[in-house]
Design a protein around this ligand. Structure first.
Ligand code: NAD
Length: 244
């Protein structure tokens, strides 16, 4: 039980990596607070493990975040782990990208991480400890055709991660902030990618395959647990060697 007694918030928990992580964290003894915009998926998650608390929450809605954080603190007295996992894509080439698609991806993927962390960090600071895990991407390190907006958010997450690792650890607080940079993972986000593109991508990956959501969730687990107690400000690639 690597997370016994820890109170952990996971955003984007209704699907893909966030869902697998919520179930894994609960299995490891955590009190999981799973948030997502899609209520129906949260209901399904609850059916799989009823110990998980679910919240319909949009990471863009700052007042709803505050309300949720206040409720969690009232109920459990602390927040040990925040996994900023929610993310979306609205892909288009630079010359065709609509302003609304730029704005939406920045709002969810970048400002959403800021909103959640700004609300949770004071609780961790009061407690003197905590672990924040942000979800970047190989695209934030490497760039990708058709993903100007997404790449901007995932690079921005790396900047915020390193800044918060320095800022939140002041005055001796053991608050660690790290990012995970997944490569090409089998989830609903990637299921529409055509087979020929998957095959071409697999050729570029040293391990020659896509990753499983569980392979990312296990790295979240490591970073959430005390096993990573001296790791902060890092970006951990989970990409089969795609970026070396
Ligand atoms: P997914 O689409 O299966 O899951 C994303 C979840 O986020 C969904 O349940 C969705 O409803 C939720 N969400 C969307 N907007 C939200 C909002 N405003 N507030 C709260 N929740 C919201 O995708 P996934 O592949 O599991 O992605 C999880 C994270 O991993 C994302 O940040 C994504 O960018 C990142 N990532 C994924 C891959 C990949 O190959 N799948 C690669 C690199 C990074």
């Amino acid at each position: 039980m690597k997370l016994e007694g820890k109170v952990c918030i996971i955003t984007g928990a209704g699907s893909g990596i966030g869902k697998v992580a919520s179930l894994l964290f609960a299995k490891e003894g955590a009190k999981v607070i799973a948030c997502d915009v899609v209520e129906e998926n949260l209901k399904k998650l609850k059916e799989e493990n009823e110990s998980i608390d679910t919240y319909k929450l949009d990471v863009c809605d700052r007042s709803a975040i505050k309300k949720m954080v206040d409720e969690i603190v009232e109920k459990y007295g602390k927040i040990d782990v925040l996994v900023n996992n929610a993310g979306i894509t609205r892909d288009a080439l630079l010359l065709k990208m609509k302003e609304e698609d730029w704005d939406k991806v920045i709002d969810v993927n970048l400002k959403g991480v800021f909103n959640m962390t700004q609300a949770v960090a004071p609780i961790m600071l009061k407690n003197g400890k905590g672990s924040i895990i942000n979800t970047s991407s190989v695209v934030g390190v490497y760039g990708n055709i058709g993903q100007t907006n997404y790449a901007a958010t995932k690079s921005g997450i790396i900047g915020m991660t390193k800044t918060w690792a320095k800022e939140l650890a002041r005055k001796g607080a053991q608050i660690r902030v790290n990012a995970v940079a997944p490569g090409f993972i089998k989830t609903p986000m990637t299921e529409k990618v055509p087979d020929r593109i998957i095959q071409a991508l697999n050729e570029k990956i040293p391990l020659k395959r896509m990753g499983e959501a569980e392979e990312v969730a296990k790295v979240y687990l490591f970073l959430a647990s005390d096993d990573s107690s001296y790791i902060t400000g890092q970006v951990i690639g989970v990409d089969g060697g795609l970026v070396i």
